[in-house]
Design a protein around this ligand. Structure first.
Ligand code: ZN
Length: 385
C-alpha cells in the first residue's frame, strides 16, 4: 500500500473505529490486515462518517430530484423513498483501462466511498485507490472505508433507470386502488432490513447497492466475487401477476450444477415461506414455484446472478409485486420485517448448519431472456465522493 493511501487510511481508521491505533508510519493500522473493522450493515450514519466528509449530513440525503429527505432508520430499514448518495461532485472521472496500476496493499478488496457507494478495489495509482465503479469503469478515489471480512453480500435488484416490477394504477385502470411501488425501492428496503438483522446476529453483510442507481448484473457478480463472501443473495419481487394461491409464490433461482447454491436456496425458501405464512392474503403463484434452476436453450443458467458469480448465489423472487392484492401487503413495514426475517433466518441456517432445505423443483424451467436486463449500455455512475 502506498504511503499516502496508508496515511489516509490511518485517518479513516481513527475516525470510524474507536480504539484503533495508528502509529505514524507503522503497519499496525493497515485496515485490510489484522485489524478489520466493523462492516456497516446498512447505510451510513453520522457516527461512522469521517469528519469533514460529505457524509457528515447523513441524517438527511439528497434525492434524485435534488430535494432533501430524511435518511432511513438503520434499525428498521424503514424509509419513504430511495435515495441517491449525497455528493460533492458529479459522476466519477474514469481511468483508461490501459493505464497500469499497482496491486492494492493490505488485501483491501472493496470499500465504501464517501457517498456510501460500495466499490471493488482494483489496485492503486499515485497513492489513491483505483476502484471499479458500479457501471464497471475504473476510477480513483481519495479515500473510503475499506471492508473487513464479509460473510454475506446482499444484492437489492434493479435501481436507477431500471425500476423492475411496478405496482399502482395503470393506464387501463387509472382509478385502481393499488399502492404505487417499484421493485427497486422494495428490494432495497428488504435488503437493508436483512442486513440489519444479520448484524444483530453478528453476521457481517454488505449491500451491492445502497441508493437509487444502476449496477449491471455483471458488475454485481464481479463485486461479490471480489469481496469473496460465503454467500451472495439477490432480492427481487415478481411480476406479472400469476394464478391465485393460498400460499406464497416464492421462487428461488439457484446455480445449476452447484450443490452449495442448491442448499442455500433450499433453506432460504423454507424460511421465507414460513415467515410469510403469518399473513392472510390472496397470494399468487406459478405451478412450478419453489427452488429452481432456470436454463436457456443452450442449457446455461438464464439469469446472470446465477451464471456469472463464482460465489454461491441465490436469486429470490420473494413475492408478487405484480399482484395488486399482494402489493397492498408488500408496501407495509410488517411485510419488510417478515421477508427480511425469513431471509436472515435462511442465511444464518445456511452458515451454521448442514440443513438441506426444501422446495426443490426437479425439472429446470426453460427461459430465454430477450435481453440481458441490467446491462452496461447507458449506465451512469453515481457520485463516489
Ligand atoms: Zn427483479
Amino acid at each position: 500500500m502506498g504511503r499516502s493511501v496508508k496515511k489516509l487510511m490511518c485517518i479513516l481508521v481513527v475516525a470510524v473505529a474507536a480504539g484503533a491505533s495508528c502509529a505514524p508510519g507503522g503497519d499496525s493500522a493497515d485496515p485490510g490486515g489484522d485489524q478489520p473493522f466493523d462492516v456497516p450493515a446498512v447505510g451510513r450514519s453520522a457516527a461512522d462518517s469521517p469528519a469533514g466528509s460529505p457524509a457528515d449530513d447523513a441524517g438527511s440525503v439528497v434525492d434524485a430530484a435534488g430535494s432533501v429527505t430524511e435518511a432511513d432508520d438503520p434499525d428498521t430499514g424503514e424509509q419513504t423513498d430511495q435515495e441517491t448518495p449525497a455528493a460533492s461532485s458529479g459522476p466519477p472521472e474514469t481511468i483508461d483501462p490501459a493505464v497500469e496500476i499497482e496491486p492494492a496493499g493490505g488485501d483491501v478488496r472493496a470499500l465504501l466511498s464517501p457517498t456510501g457507494v460500495l466499490v471493488g478495489v482494483a489496485g492503486e495509482l499515485d497513492g489513491n485507490y483505483v476502484v471499479e465503479t458500479p457501471c464497471g469503469h475504473r476510477s480513483k478515489v481519495v479515500w473510503g472505508q475499506p471492508l473487513g471480512d464479509v460473510q454475506v453480500v446482499i444484492d437489492p435488484g434493479h435501481g436507477g433507470d431500471e425500476p423492475g416490477a411496478v405496482s399502482g394504477p395503470t393506464e387501463e385502470d387509472p382509478d385502481a386502488d393499488v399502492p404505487e411501488m417499484t421493485e427497486a425501492v422494495l428490494n432495497l428496503r428488504v435488503a437493508r432490513r436483512t442486513a440489519a438483522l444479520l448484524a444483530d446476529r453478528s453476521i457481517t453483510a454488505v449491500l451491492t447497492r445502497n441508493g437509487d442507481y444502476r449496477i449491471p448484473i455483471r458488475q454485481r457478480a464481479a463485486l461479490a466475487d471480489r469481496i469473496g463472501p460465503d454467500v451472495f443473495v439477490s432480492i427481487h419481487h415478481n411480476t406479472p401477476n400469476s394464478a391465485p394461491s393460498p400460499t406464497p409464490g416464492t421462487e428461488v433461482y439457484v446455480q445449476s450444477g452447484s450443490d452449495v447454491s442448491k442448499r442455500l436456496g433450499g433453506v432460504l425458501y423454507e424460511d421465507i415461506v414460513a415467515a410469510l405464512g403469518q399473513f392472510d392474503v390472496e397470494w399468487s403463484s406459478r405451478i412450478d414455484a419453489g427452488v429452481l434452476t432456470v436454463l436457456d436453450d443452450d442449457g446455461e443458467d438464464a439469469y446472470g446472478i446465477a451464471r456469472y458469480p463464482q460465489t454461491p448465489s441465490a436469486l429470490l423472487e420473494v413475492a408478487y409485486l405484480g399482484n395488486p392484492k399482494e402489493a397492498v401487503l408488500l408496501v407495509t413495514q410488517d411485510y419488510v420485517d417478515a421477508a427480511a426475517e425469513g431471509i436472515a433466518d435462511g442465511i444464518e441456517r445456511y452458515l451454521t448448519t448442514e440443513d438441506p432445505g426444501a422446495g426443490f423443483v426437479d425439472e429446470a424451467r426453460v427461459f430465454n431472456p430477450s435481453s440481458d436486463g441490467g446491462g452496461e449500455d447507458g449506465c451512469i455512475d453515481p457520485p463516489l465522493q
